[in-house]
Design a protein around this ligand. Structure first.
Ligand code: ISE
Length: 336
């Protein structure tokens, strides 16, 4: 196959960014279809993808045989209605995180993939493609600094849209740490606990933020996560790893430092689109390359399910204040 024809489903913030990425930076692929019910959003994305056809829903694009592969970039609650027909059509899929917002629907997606007899779904946990996370994972696995004892993670957004609500703190935001902690430690999340910090009164009433989340892995590592979606000053994702013989830190931004007016200042990112731009590029390029040879090259639907199961424990923890143990279904041999 020469050029992979990709249908991007959802032309919102992330979808529009992926359209530009595929058109401008990814080698061996182009956007052949934009699936988006909102005409305004579709048109502005089409302006950056001149060879794409607009479809209001994925069924119409499948019917027209408009693509070889699908990139799903709608919010998580809209993934299942796209995954089901795309899987039935046997199409390779890169599905933005979360696979779905809850464990039962994620397990349904795993079963739907198993039924096709082929691994078609890769999940967009882009942090796995970030150089810092990759280096830290290698450092932990190599044990040069001794055993990993714990992690301190900070996940800070300057602000979030009006549609953002409390449960999204877990299923839309902390889900990244849930996957990243498992990726770094190579061990599943065993329990989740959530406490509220003092509420930021700049938030709308419905949002009780920031929170402190404690993730415990089966291997005994404790990871503290400050999830803060209204930090105002910038977008910051950092992790500090505590080893037997020292500390490692990733995610400190190396933006320009200025020395003006008696102050030293370093530029910080304002969005995940720039903070993780290189990771997104690597993720999509590797997905395109793998898709062409009938494979995936990154987190699978099973990884998406494991994250969703831990999210479910996290939601119960958020609602009750209890420490909640995760429960996982048995792993299908298909993912061995
Ligand atoms: C958003 O959906 C993302 O995936 C971002 O990476 C995360 O920082 C943000 O909190 C989420 O809402």
């Amino acid at each position: 196959m020469s050029e992979l024809r990709v249908a991007v489903v959802g032309a919102g913030l992330m979808g529009a960014d992926h359209v530009i990425r595929i058109e401008e930076r990814i080698i061996g692929a182009h956007v052949s279809a934009i699936v988006e019910p909102d005409e305004g959003r579709a048109k502005s994305a089409m302006a950056t993808a001149p060879n794409a056809t607009w479809f209001p829903n994925v069924e119409a694009a499948i019917e027209a045989k408009a693509m070889d592969a699908v990139l799903i970039a709608t919010p998580g609650q809209f993934h299942e209605p796209v995954l089901v027909p795309a899987l039935a059509a046997g199409l390779p899929i890169l599905c933005e995180k979360p696979l779905t917002p809850d464990a039962a629907s994620s397990l349904r997606m795993v079963e739907a993939e198993v039924a096709t007899g082929k691994q078609l779904v890769q999940i967009g946990f882009m942090r796995r493609f970030d150089a810092g996370y990759e280096n830290l994972r290698n450092l932990i696995a190599g044990k040069k600094q001794g055993e990993l004892l714990g992690l301190h993670c900070a996940h800070r957004n300057p602000a979030v849209p009006d549609t953002y609500h409390n449960d999204m703190l877990i299923f839309d935001s902390v889900v990244h740490e849930i996957d990243a902690v498992r990726f770094l430690t190579d061990s599943p999340i065993k329990s989740v606990q959530v406490r509220h910090m003092k509420r930021n009164t700049l938030n709308p009433e419905k949002l009780n933020d920031p929170i402190l989340v404690l993730l415990e892995t089966e291997s005994g590592v404790l990871a503290s996560v400050e999830m803060n979606v209204s930090v105002q000053f910038g977008y910051q994702v950092k992790t500090e790893a505590v080893f037997e013989k020292g500390i490692a830190e990733i995610g400190r931004t190396a933006g320009m430092t200025t020395f003006f007016d008696g102050q030293i200042a370093t530029e910080e990112h304002m969005s995940f689109k720039t903070r993780f731009a290189a990771a997104y590029d690597t993720q999509i390029q590797r997905w395109v390359n793998a898709t062409k040879v009938g494979k995936i090259d990154g987190p699978s639907a099973w990884d998406g399910y494991l994250a969703a199961a831990a999210v479910e424990a996290g939601l119960t923890a958020l609602h009750t204040g209890e420490r909640v143990a995760t429960e996982y279904a048995a792993k299908p041999a298909f993912y061995a």
